[in-house]
Design a protein around this ligand. Sequence first.
Ligand code: GH3
Ligand code: MG
Ligand code: MG
Ligand code: MG
Ligand code: MG
Length: 316
Amino acid sequence: YVLKHDKYAINEIINTLSRLERNPNNKIVIVEDSKTSAKMLQILLEVHQYDVMHFNNPKQALDYVKYHQDVKMVITDYNMPEMDGCELTRRLRRLYSKQELAILGMSGAGQTIMSANFLKHGADDFIIKQSFLAEEFYLRVNSYLDRLNTYQELATAASYDYLTKIPNRRHFFEVVEAMHEAAIRHETPVTCAMIDIDKFKSVNDEYGHSVGDEVLRKVAETIKSSTRKSDVVARFGGEEFCMYMNGMSAENAQPYFEKLRQKISDTIIHVEDYTLQVTVSIGLNSKLEQDLNQMLEKADKSLYEAKETGRNRVIL
Ligand code: GH3
Ligand code: MG
Ligand code: MG
Ligand code: MG
Ligand code: MG
């Protein structure tokens, strides 16, 4: 009915659709104990290619969201068995900020008082069941999802190096400071490594900057592919990388980084019409120190020594 009478709405829906095609991973969880109401919402959303999951039970919904990082939005009813919608909202908000998850509260007509209640518990918005227009609903859902995607893009841009796609220095400290505190508390062995490409300036001078960029990407990839999940690797400066390895003792660090050094020097890099190889110098420090910066400084000193004594080597 509305579609037939509202040209503007049709255009908006077409816009919405074209945007969604670029972004198909918009997972929405509906929490609603009324089957008809849930079905209606689900159809509305699925028509527009949202990926929808429905739960009658708020506890199951909560568990699902916890174990599925791709959920972007929860739309929840108020009156439900075991837990009401506001309580579900409150619990979700303890786990996820508004930058991570959108929550829309919902209740029957005549319960407009619920609106404030939902917002107070952390919902982004509120709708009254069966009395909203489909296009208004889409526009709202879409604007929340757009906002989340923008936040995520900004967060990634602020934390990851654009060229190599690995964490930047800032993100390194954000992640590692907490890890380091825990390592000190539990006296876990830790190794810090500074890795610097040898004579990289000459790569740029000989082959040009864009070849240099590609070499940087390749070296970053090789380093990254040799790490375990618990390791943190970051691009620290121009052609310098830093690694923090929780649980890595001095005895294990030496052979590990020797292997990595070898792997990088063995890698034949094809860029444009050139084939080239680069080596790296690596400075290590496995002596646990309270101060993370001090640990890194000592690794840097070892790196300097590796450079001084001929490059393409690992110094502990
Ligand atoms: P060393 O063995 O002593 O480390 O010599 P080096 O030439 O690697 O060291 P130096 O510090 O003299 O030069 C580093 C070079 O890295 C200079 C700079 O142009 C280049 N560089 C830094 N960042 C980038 C980048 O993002 N892309 C490219 N292509 N080059 C970069
Ligand atoms: Mg209900
Ligand atoms: Mg260098
Ligand atoms: Mg240098
Ligand atoms: Mg350098």
